[in-house]
Write a protein that binds this ligand. Structure first.
Ligand code: CTP
Ligand code: CA
Length: 225
């Protein structure tokens, strides 16, 4: 790796990370989800642990695995489960990073039995889920709170809006339409924007390397406060 990790930079720190998609059931055999692989969140968890942090990783359903002794994984499925898990762990954290791709909507009605196909269309009414990050932003005390913004257009403009609306300390803006960035891949490129509106660009690199840079920016900004 080209970037040297600052040894034990996060020793003594508690870090809560959410990763992956959520899954919202329609019936016992069908669900809505999204393209998140969890790779960026898992890279953050692994690198934070290597830097000495005690990490709690709240994870939606992904094929990624992690075995670092300093990472405790909590598995969830739905946005509602993720909300509960994040709130249950939030109080005593130093750093909270929401890399998860949370479903914005879920089926209003979950069928107990498999829905049989019929002639014609099937309309599914969707209702909003809770905004987990926004709820954490409204109740935070000393936690350094970091969101992600997945955008296909005007990424910085939308990113800045989310930073302000969700009361974040920083946001990692991800242009998911850019080559080498976004969902399933092993690389990413992001812009880290803090609440002083200072921008740090991370050009294309492995998700591990991007994770290390993000954690460095966070550590720097926590010391500046
Ligand atoms: N987020 C969340 N709970 C939700 C939706 C989003 O905690 N119900 C978090 C994500 O984990 C991410 C940030 O909010 O850290 C931004 O997510 P994103 O999907 O980019 O933005 P939204 O606010 O959901 O707006 P939109 O999807 O309309 O762009
Ligand atoms: Ca969303």
């Amino acid at each position: 790796e080209s970037h040297q990790l600052k040894e034990q930079m996060l020793a003594g720190k508690k870090v809560l990370i959410s990763a992956g998609p959520t899954r919202e059931k329609v019936d016992p055999v069908r669900f809505f989800t999204n393209r998140s692989s969890g790779k960026m969140g898992y890279a953050l968890a692994e690198v934070a642990a290597e830097l000495g942090a005690e990490v709690t990783l709240v994870s939606g359903p992904v094929s990624e695995r992690i075995s670092h002794p300093k990472v405790k994984r909590v598995s969830v499925l739905t946005a509602e489960d993720m909300y509960k898990a994040m709130h249950a762990h939030f109080a005593d954290q130093d750093i909270v990073i929401k890399a998860a791709a949370v479903a914005d909507y879920r089926p209003k009605l979950v069928h107990e039995q498999k829905v049989k196909k019929q002639d014609g269309n099937w309309q599914i009414e969707m209702e909003r889920t809770k905004d987990i990050l926004k709820s954490l932003g409204e109740m935070k005390t000393n936690q350094f709170l970091v969101g992600f913004a997945a955008e296909t257009n005007n990424p910085l403009e939308y990113g800045e809006k989310k930073l302000l609306q969700k009361h974040l300390d920083a946001i990692v803006v991800n242009d998911v339409s850019a080559e080498g960035a976004g969902f399933e891949g092993d690389t990413n490129m992001v812009t880290y924007l803090n609440k002083a509106m200072h921008q740090d660009e991370v050009s294309i690199a492995s998700k591990r390397e991007v994770a290390a840079r993000i954690l460095e920016f966070i550590d720097r900004d926590m010391k500046d406060e």
